[in-house]
Each structure stands twice: as structure tokens, then as C-alpha cells.
Design a protein around this ligand. Sequence first.
Ligand SMILES: [Zn+2]
Ligand SMILES: [Zn+2]
Length: 336
Amino acid sequence: MKAAVINAPNGAVSIEERERPLPGRGEVLIRVRACGVCHGDLMLQLGQFPFAHYPIVPGHEIAGVIEEVGEDVSELRLGDRVGLSALFSSCGCCKQCLDREEFLCSQMEFTGITQDGGYQQFVLARAAYLTQLPDGLDFVEAAPLMCAGLTVFSGLRHAGFEAGDKVAVIGLGGLGHMGVLFVRALGGRVAVLSTSADKEAEARGLGAERFINLKTESASEALRTWEGGADIILAAPPAAGPMMAAFPGLALNGTMVVLGAPPDDIAVSPMDLIMGRRSLMGSPAGSRQDLHDTLHLAATHSLRAKVTAMPLDDAAKALKQMYEGNIHGRVVLVMN
Ligand SMILES: [Zn+2]
Ligand SMILES: [Zn+2]
């Protein structure tokens, strides 16, 4: 089988021929049909995850079909359509695992970072960590939901989002455009903050009622004119600057949810935190329950990420385009 491999931090992505693996106890072999290209894959290539294992096959937005079933797997059958997120496995018995917060387990294994991921024709997975795909989603539609969609939905859930909330979304990249779709589907209102004026039409087309140009407007002042400010800010920009600029634009009791990791620290004024009882929180992808709910919400509301499909052979090109900031919507690698 064909696999795209990164052999070391800052290494190239090379296509290799590998033996197709056999599933062991509790495992299944998935025929990968589609795998999204996440910013995390670029961070992996750049050596920004100290816990990564190289050589590694990247990819944690996997959608495919069960090809082989190992021993002691009862819940999945050949031909089942399944998805695998960044949650490859966890210990299963710590407090976080028992509380359905297994994505916070200290023993967690990450798909495509500590275990081989979906940039290949077949991938081994632990059956207990797979989620069945709803009928209403095809593989290419499902793939970007496995990390980008899940991260957005889980962030909103854990920030206490309620229908009618005003949500400011910083940036219209992979996470951002998904954020607008999810907030609208859940009955929220959206403002998009962006440094490029030409994103306004896209933002409005997705359902944003306001567009704030970060180059010409003060983010916090513009947000405060939005009936007192945003209840939630979803932040995944490539730099910390826009987050800091937007933070005082939160309404009273508002929360900024950090979903992406820029390289620099985020500084906020203690007075902005205290006087408005505002919160700054981070949120990783999410649990199996979060993923199940993400997929079903997307299927029910026909949420479709903007996707550019590319063949597996173009994995290196896809990551290069991401590095150059030359990506629109989500790139999804499609296997034949
Ligand atoms: Zn655990
Ligand atoms: Zn990701």
C-alpha cells in the first residue's frame, strides 16, 4: 500500500510502499477514503509537537470503510463507514476517561502524531475509538469534521454556547469557516474578524451579520458596538495579536476560546478580565461523544465545509500550500 511519511522533524513528505498491516486484538483495518489536511499536520512536519514519534504518517481527519476486523471486535463489521479523529486511544480508566473527557487523558495516543494516521491507503485503528459516519455524510464531507468541525463544536459546547449567543470568529480559515457554519446551525449570531477585506463576501455568504476588518478597525471597539460585545470569541488565528485586540470586545461574562496555537503568548489586561467577569479558555478537539454530536449536527443541517480535493500523491504539495498560507477552506486527500 501507499503511505505518505515524514521521517524526522522538518523532513520532507515522501510517498513509500509499505506492507498492509494486519489488525490485532481489538483493532480494525480501515480502507482510508478521505483524510483532511489540518494545520496540526504542518506543525508535525515542522517539529512543533515534542511528543511526536517519527517516522510518522500524518493525518487525523480520517473517513473510510472497515476492511478487516481483528479478534474481540464485536461492535464493528466489514464495510462499516467510520471516522477516526486525533483521539487514537486513551487509558480508559483514569478520571478523565471515566468522565467522557478522554481527550484530556494523560495516556492519550494521537492519530497521525504518535500513531500512524490517514495519509495512506489503509490505517490500523482501535475499534473502540471509531465513530460510525451518519448516512447523510460522504467521506469527503465527513473528513474535515473529524478535527476542524469537532474542535469548533466542542469549543462552543465547553464555552457554554446557547442559541441566540453572539459569536465572533477570528479568521476564515479551516476552523473559522467551520465555526461560522456551526454557530449558525446552532441558532447563534456571527461576526467575522479578518485581516483581508476580500473575505467579507464569503463571511456574509456563510451567514455572518457583521464583518470587522482588522486592518482598518479596532476589533474591540467594533465588537462593543455589537449590542455590548460578543458572548463568545472563537480564536484560531496564526498569530496572537488579533486575539489580544479582540479580547476587550467580549460582552460581560463573555469567553474567548483559543482553538489554535500561535507561537507567541497571549497577554490580556487583568482589568478586562475582572471588570467584565470575562474568561480566557483553551479547548482541544474533543471526546467521542463530542464527535458523535458533531457528525450528527452536520448531517442534520447539511453543514458542508468548503473542500479542495487532492490525491494522496500531492500530500507534500498540500502541506507546502498551507505553509505558504495559500489554502482556501479545507484540503482533503482522496484515496483511490
Ligand atoms: Zn485516561
Ligand atoms: Zn487537527
